[in-house]
Ligand binder design. Sequence first.
Ligand code: NAD
Ligand code: ZN
Length: 368
Amino acid sequence: MDRKAKAVVCREWGQPIQVETITVEGPKRDEITIKIGACGVCHSDQSATTGKIPYPAPLVLGHEAAGVVIEVGEGVTAFKEGDHVVSSFISMCGKCRQCVRGRPVLCENARKAMFTLPDGTVRTKGADGEDLNVFGACGVMAEYATMHVDNCVKVDDTIPMQNAALVGCAMMTGVGAVFNTAKVEPGSRTAVFGIGGVGLNAIQGCVTAGAEMIVAVDNNEKKLAMAREFGATHTVNISEVEDGARAVKKLTGGVDYAFECVGAGPVVEQAYKCLGRGGTAVVVGVSDPKDKTSITTLTLPADERVLKGSWLGSARPQYDFPRILGLYKAGKLKLDELVTRTYHIDDAPQAFDDMLAGKNARGVIIFE
Ligand code: NAD
Ligand code: ZN
């Protein structure tokens, strides 16, 4: 059935976001409709409003949500009404070469589900009946969302929605970059550039992995204080030093793993520069499509360095979302502390402003 839903929509790149009442159609084959309980505000949502992430407008934002299944489409067997689910902005078909080799974030069919559902259509309509695209095949910054089952993961229903939501992006991305992409070993020396929702999770991933040193790098003192609460052993305020990479190297002698959680070529360069011999720089931040970086080529072979990317923490969402929430329940990962402020959907513009001003670890929109 069709449902009216308040939703956060980008109507045009560069213009302020709008809270609108949209229509969310019921599920077709292999789809489910979810009543959203909570949705985190990620920097990637903001990047989609400027064209840095070039999803075409009009676009319903949101890709980090938890909710309850209220309607299932034909052929759905893995979900039933009442199940709690978390959105995955990666659509994983489970059958292509990448999925079967255990790399669902690289699913060959995922490109069909970037800003529509996998069949190229949407279930979201504006007031004039026009199609509204959906961020990452999700569009979950809304009271309801209809998604393909390949974008949904069933989770423990005892975990509060505002917490469970964050495993859909910030937590999976940050912790997964450490566990899955880098595979940090105990005793490693690490650095994290950019202490937002993603970077804080990279820090706590390093703590859980047993890193010896964790250097947090940001230009915001408040973020550096949060980093220490999450387990950073050292902090570098880049606005107070001439060269961030040199400062990290001075503290550590060169790190084994550096995580770039900002999304800018010059920061990627810094993350690569602060490596020690045999070090790996992991790029997590999403840069502008025209952004470039430069590295000293010789250090790649001579130091056996690695420069690699990480998408949704190299997740296998059906395995990793429950695994990470399990670590939270076991007291080994912080999650309550990540949600520094909750917002009503009408206050979504404030939530975006606060994210840009660096006020929150994560701001989360909650729905009744
Ligand atoms: P955020 O806005 O919450 O945090 C970014 C942090 O970077 C802020 O604390 C800011 O002060 C800091 N910063 C800005 N410029 C800096 C600089 N030059 N050096 C050091 N720190 C600097 O953002 P977020 O939601 O944590 O997202 C971080 C990045 O990760 C974004 O680019 C986002 O699009 C990307 N992202 C990637 C994935 C993925 O799958 N790879 C998933 C989610 C988000
Ligand atoms: Zn995100």
